[in-house]
Design a binder for this molecule. Structure first.
Ligand code: SDX
Length: 428
């Protein structure tokens, strides 16, 4: 059922078209609102505003559903790989054996960054935030691989996607090595995606790091769960920048910057820091929960809540199980996991959180999983960016392939001073 929406303004009734998506999501098309009524809409934080029609990812926040190109995340988590999921998200269908082999070869061939680019890492202070390096170096790819910015058909799109998805690993690992004063490690052609990243992170000239299958599988799963998530803050940023016809690398570099914020991708760090603070302070979980409820100095339950999910984030459920599996397989334990579980139980049984429909989101357990596989905390948000790269590429591709796409340019309502005269400095 689509139909017409009727709007009464200043004694006149206007008819607006509606649009219903393939999953039954309903919308009022306001593309002609200003021309026909002189009004615009206001929607702080875009909580009620759809910026686009997209065929990449579907989320049902009430039912806790997440699907990439129609395939449920639970299916992919149990049966696919990050590289296969990346191809699915970008190109819209599961890759054939030929597609998979070609893309894997492109990823292997694209893993190295050129020697001039490697030298840039010596210019950053060792204390440089890895997300600052990541956004800078992804943008710098436009200078070092200008060819990859010329995207005009499927072949050049696939190559550019491979360059970005492959090199983001190398740049990330290099930023870590530079921060600990160790030599950068060259990628290996014989290693798979996650294994090659772990090799570049933890190998040293005198000893290669060989990840256990469990650690590699856990990292693969982590990356897959982060591959896309419809119009979240960083993906919308990529679309905003891409809408001006800025190249893929510049657009994804902007996505890295948006993801960095503690309310977004930075939450996986903030969630672990919150758990560490509770552990180190020795306060009972119940006391921390009361601080959150009392809004002491803006204390939030990091890793909880979501603009769209008003039920469980399906990724959080999968990550919670993966943390258990990996810790058992590695015969490790993590006291932060016990605190996280206690915190989750307390919140899920407390009206304050239940009334606000606050559930664990992807960031609540992801940091504990990264700790379990040995990723240092300062790299957590970088890991989120590596995982989200396919989603950013897919959204950039979607907007650039749509002949009807227009540059994103929201309106505003001005609330500043009016009709002000300039005054000579001596009279101010
Ligand atoms: C990601 O968009 C995406 O899809 C993002 C993401 C992706 O894959 O790209 O899923 C990844 O960013 C997950 C979210 C990670 N961020 C956090 O975990 C930070 C903590 N969460 C909150 O800051 C918050 O829940 C947001 C930012 C996630 C959502 O913010 P909203 O939708 O603007 O919600 P809100 O701030 O309006 O909160 C509604 C109410 C408020 O209470 P009242 O003023 O109505 O009394 O819920 C409260 C908020 O105070 N609230 C929280 C809370 N989150 C919301 N209270 C305590 N702890 C929290 N975490």
């Amino acid at each position: 059922m689509s139909g017409i929406a009727r709007l009464e303004l200043d004694g006149k009734v206007y008819e607006l078209d509606t649009f219903v998506g393939t999953e039954g999501e309903r919308s009022i098309d306001i593309s002609k609102l200003r021309d026909t009524t002189g009004y615009i809409t206001l929607d702080d934080g875009y909580g009620n505003t759809g910026s686009c029609r997209s065929a990449i990812t579907y989320i049902d926040g009430d039912a806790g559903i997440l699907r990439y190109r129609g395939i449920p995340i639970e299916e992919l988590a149990g049966r696919s790989s990050f590289v296969e999921t990346a191809w699915l998200v970008i190109f819209g269908k599961l890759p054939t054996v030929e597609d998979r082999d070609r893309f894997a070869s492109l990823l292997g061939e694209s893993a190295m960054i050129d020697e001039v680019m490697r030298k840039h890492f010596n210019a950053f202070p060792q204390t440089a935030p890895p997300m600052a390096i990541l956004s800078a170096m992804i943008n710098t790819l436009s200078a070092h691989d200008a060819g990859a910015t010329q995207i005009d058909d499927d072949e050049s799109m696939e190559r550019a996607a491979a360059v970005l998805i492959s090199k983001v690993r190398t740049i990330a690992a290099a930023s870590y090595k530079a921060s600990i004063g160790e030599p950068l490690v060259y990628p290996r052609y014989d290693l798979k995606y996650a294994e090659n990243f772990l090799h570049m992170m933890f190998s040293v000239p005198y000893r290669n790091y060989e990840p256990s299958p469990e650690v590699a599988a856990a990292l693969n799963l982590f990356l897959m769960l982060h591959a896309d998530h419809e119009q979240n803050c960083s993906t919308s940023t990529v679309r905003m920048v891409g809408s001006s016809k800025a190249n893929l690398f510049a657009s994804c570099a902007a996505g890295v910057c948006a993801l960095w914020g503690p309310l977004h991708g930075g939450a996986n760090v903030a969630a672990v820091q919150m758990l560490q603070d509770i552990q180190e302070s020795g306060i009972p979980v119940s006391e921390f929960v009361n601080k959150v409820k009392n809004r002491d100095a803006g204390v939030k339950l990091m890793g909880f809540g979501h603009r769209v999910y008003k039920n469980f984030d399906p990724r959080s459920r999968i990550l919670k199980k993966s943390v258990d599996d990996v810790l058992n397989q590695l015969e490790k334990s993590d006291p932060l996991l016990d605190i996280a579980r206690e915190l989750e139980d307390a919140a899920l049984n407390d009206d304050y959180f239940v009334e606000r429909k606050l559930y664990p989101n992807v960031d609540f357990y992801s940091g504990i999983l990264l700790r379990a596989i040995g990723i240092p905390m300062e790299m957590f948000t970088v890991m989120f960016a590596i995982g989200r790269m396919p989603g950013w590429i897919a959204n950039w591709k979607e907007i650039n392939e749509n002949p009807k796409s227009r540059i994103y340019r929201p309106r505003q309502i001005y609330v500043g001073p009016t009709d002000v005269e300039w005054e000579p400095r001596e009279e101010r």
